[in-house]
Design a protein around this ligand. Structure first.
Ligand SMILES: Cc1ncc(COP(=O)(O)O)c(C=O)c1O
Length: 366
């Protein structure tokens, strides 16, 4: 018998491992890191204090039910704590959902430039990922519905989407849901929902409350500035929460993360400050980049997708190299089918001004 060693399950070797945003530049300078949609305001000081206060109890297992955190979330949004499942980042919840609901011979749909974890989670569950073309860098409900078949177990929709920053109005999401069979789970990934300032937007609570096949996922990594602690939550129909609680690790959320999450959830002023910062700088960054002659996809998140010309010397890769030489790290998004774009997180005022100055000198305008 050939000595091949252990062979992984089908699909696993088709996965291109997720490449996180870079965090270092050559030369040892402290970079301006705008590659992971982290909050320029950092975490709430109250969350940091709560995190530190757990240091003396590190020998204890955390509360496996994360009750304090689920109760804090439930209080804040008026939800049933029994239908909230917490995870080690919303990435874990996306993986758990895929593992529980899609397998060999079955499909999960996501949109063309949708968040990469949907494809990875589907492949790692043995399912078949199905990418559906977008229209104008936005998920296309008709195209998604046209692709749904009896094999479709999950439709993943990041709303707003990363890396495009576009969103679907609530009516469109409802139309998408109406067109799905009851056995297909609609996963609304609302990682950036707190940033959205649009009257026609809804993160997903309404659909989760009124249907038995919609799940909404949320994260503490973005507006709450707690990416390092790895914390996310899902609001689910009771039967889905029951399934996720069966497959998750018994202590999948750490005690310091729970404590930080509770304090962050209660510090509304910090979230409001992050929203206000984004409301000021998202339009400013967008307008300044457009003034330089580059196209920006209109974003409702805390980041923008910048389009670069296709000719040599002006491509996204050249811009990225130049920006890095100035200590600025954006995100290359070729893996999302966007080889001529970079994604920039909205930074501090100083970060944003430095980006515009650097892009301007790269384009030879100053
Ligand atoms: C759309 C979307 N969903 C989920 C995540 C994962 O977030 P978390 O840090 O909670 O795992 C991200 C992170 O970039 C994201 O952009």
């Amino acid at each position: 018998m050939a000595n091949t060693g252990p062979v992984p399950q089908p699909g696993i070797l088709e996965i291109n491992a997720y490449v996180p945003g870079e965090s270092a530049v050559p030369g040892g300078v402290t970079p301006i890191k705008l590659s992971s949609n982290e909050s320029p305001l950092g975490p709430s000081p109250k969350a940091v204090a709560a995190y530190k206060a757990e240091a003396g109890e590190l020998h204890r297992y955390p509360d496996g039910a994360a009750s304090a955190l689920r109760n804090a979330i439930a209080r804040k949004y008026g939800l049933d704590a029994g239908r909230i499942v917490c995870g080690c980042g919303s990435d874990e919840l996306i993986n758990l959902i895929a593992h529980a609901y899609v397998g060999p011979g079955e499909e999960a749909i996501y949109s063309e430039h949708g968040f990469l974890m949907y494809k990875i989670a589907t492949l790692s569950s043995g399912g078949t990922p199905v990418s559906v073309p977008e229209k104008g860098y936005r998920a296309d409900v008709d195209a998604i519905l046209a692709r749904v078949s009896p094999k479709t177990k999950i439709v993943f929709l990041a709303n707003p989407n990363n890396p495009t920053g576009t969103y679907l109005p609530h009516e469109e999401v409802r139309r998408l849901h109406r067109g799905l069979p009851s056995g297909t789970l609609l996963v609304l990934d609302a990682a950036y929902c707190e940033y959205v300032r649009r009257n026609d937007y809804e993160a997903g609570l309404e659909l989760v409350a009124t249907t038995n096949n919609t799940v909404m996922t949320r994260t503490f990594s973005k507006i709450y500035g707690l990416a390092a602690v790895r914390l996310g939550w899902a609001y689910c129909p009771a039967a889905v929460a029951d399934v996720l609680n069966r497959v998750r690790g018994p202590f999948n959320v750490t005690a310091p993360a729970i404590a930080a999450g509770v304090a962050a959830m209660e510090d509304s002023a910090h979230v409001e400050a992050a929203v206000a910062h984004n409301e000021k700088w998202l339009p400013w960054v967008t307008a300044e980049i457009e003034k330089l002659g580059l196209e920006v996809t209109p974003s409702v998140g805390n980041f923008v997708l910048i389009h670069f010309p296709a000719h040599k010397g002006r491509r996204a890769s050249a811009a990225d190299d130049f920006l890095k030489s100035r200590g600025i790290i954006m995100r290359r998004v070729a893996a999302y089918g966007l080889p001529n774009c970079l994604r920039m997180t909205i930074g501090t005022e100083d970060d944003n001004r430095k980006v515009i100055a650097a892009l301007s000198s790269w384009l030879g305008r100053s």
